[in-house]
Design a protein. Sequence first.
Length: 687
Amino acid sequence: MSLGWLTPGALFIGALILLPILAHLIQRNPTRKIQFGAMMLLRKLPEVTKRRRKIQDWLLLLLRILAISAIALVVTQPELRWLGIDPNLPTAKTMVIVLDNSLSMNQKISNPLFPAKNTAFLKAKEDAIERIQNSPEGSKYGIVSVGEEAVGWTDELLTDRSEALATLKDIQQTVGETDLLGGIKLARRLLLGEGGDVYVYTDEAGPNTIHVLKDEIQLLSDQKGSLYPQVVRPEEPQNVIVLSAKYGDGLEGGTLRYQLMNYGKEKKEVLCTTRLPDGTEIRNFVQTEPEGVAENFITVPRVADGGIGSIQVEDSTLELDNDFYFHLPRVGASRVLVVDGEPGVTTINSEVYFLERALAPFGAQNETLPDVVGPSGIQTLDSEVHRVVFLANVMEPAPIAAGMIDFVRNGGGLMISLGNNVSAERYNSSFAEIMPAKLRKIESLAQSGEEGKATAIPDLSQELFSPFIRGGALEFSSVRWRKIFSVQDVPADTTVLLSLENGMPLLLEKKVGKGRILLLLGTVDHAWGNLPLQAIFMPVVQRIVTYLGGASSLGGMRKMATIGELVEIDLPEGSTEVVLEGPKGSVGLRYNKGKAIFRPKHAGPYLLRSSGAPPIAQIAVNYSPEESDIRVSDELLAVASEVVPDRYIQKAALAPWLIWVVLVLFFLQALLSFAKRTPTDGENNES
């Protein structure tokens, strides 16, 4: 509520309050007459003069000031103004119900008349049904919902009240954002420019919901339509959500850090339950400040499956957005099949002794890694279990070549290391389709007793070596080689990831189908160099496993999205029978220029895969944080009043009341003056 003036310039009349003040300072009428001589007058003169400079009759002065001020206010024609719609305005017999069924309308409210209808959405729907039921005979009805996107439930205005009620009852709660702009636009079009009433049932929640409606409200008014906001929300909105979650390094299996947002105005402690992809649950309590962000973390177990996990907040005020979904890489060891091409008499003499220690640095605690077999054990390869294969100095590749080629083409990762057992001719022939480059011969780089050629520091902008930006990159130069295989010309589709300081290639990469292959031109034991004896060996091996797809039990691209967002996934070449599975089952896809495109309608994990191949992508879909923000930034009635003030601002003139105030003040002045001027009996006798 505010105060306004029709003629504010008349406030200058208020300066007249100086007149009674001056009058009281200049003049004072005596109330008693006393006989005295002339000389007495001269003696009293200074004292009387001084006394006349003081204000007398403070109450009378105050009444005169108030009277003049009231007269000035009457001239300015003040009025009280407040947001509201005149209840005496005639209602139209054509109405359109715009019902907000967005996520925020799931807020719990107190509804003593209908305890079962204890959400803002159910209360709003009940109120809208009652309005239609009480409408006059011959009314016309339109129904629009504004959750996720504006939907017109009636193609034209209905004349059958029962049909309108049935249509309204069919609208259900959704989990999307609010499209009030589209809803009012559809309502205006239903009215066909012939006027009518648009009743908008909403909670006004969200930072970008109301202020964008000005132009559409103006169009509605220009077309003789009237907007009637019907606000439904709890008295004290409360909501706590998870804003973000991110996995990082730390003790044990790492740390998952997440942020909570409290949109309410009260401090709140909430229980958070973190569910990892393998079903492990971790619970803790988090204290949140009013309208503040709180941070918390959990320690991930040393071994955990990768995939999409969730964090659930125990918050009963708005339950639909209590879950937040996040990506977790495979924690700890990944399932890797290691083919030992030169098993030793003892474990330490094995070709893969150091490789096995690097893959499973915690020994028996990492029961899933590695699966070490000889060349004849390659039949144990299971694409549903193994994401990466290491071939270490395998002598005869022909028997396993077909299986390895199919494994890589279908999305597997293959790492080949060489040694004295390897024949360039056999490898070039058997692995011709997938070899990054043709082998040439073994090159001796140092004499007996010499250190060998140093390894060059790799390009840390490459994905494989990007983690070493934080430190450890200089350790590559400590790796020296006495022998490596040389190669023929490196093809254009092959990338040299690592080289010696003299420029000779050391590690090559080639993408084949949906997978990739790495070729190390040296050994993974200490026969040709000191690689396994250097501190850089274990982190490089672990990184290679991750790089080849072993970081996740599922693999594929990882992507975050929100409900209603357009999601585009690049499809690998040759992908067929692509299927998207969501939390509610199969999801329809459309395709454009090698991309699979969809718009999720539910929060949760989504998995995109093609038949007989590893997953192409994992998508974690969450609720829009803007829709979870239940705070009111703008009021629909306030925005409408800026567009059509005559309709949405109520006024009450104060001038008639002020006139009565002026009359009362003048009457009180008269009474007070009369009382001051009437002599008492004692004064009359004395005179």
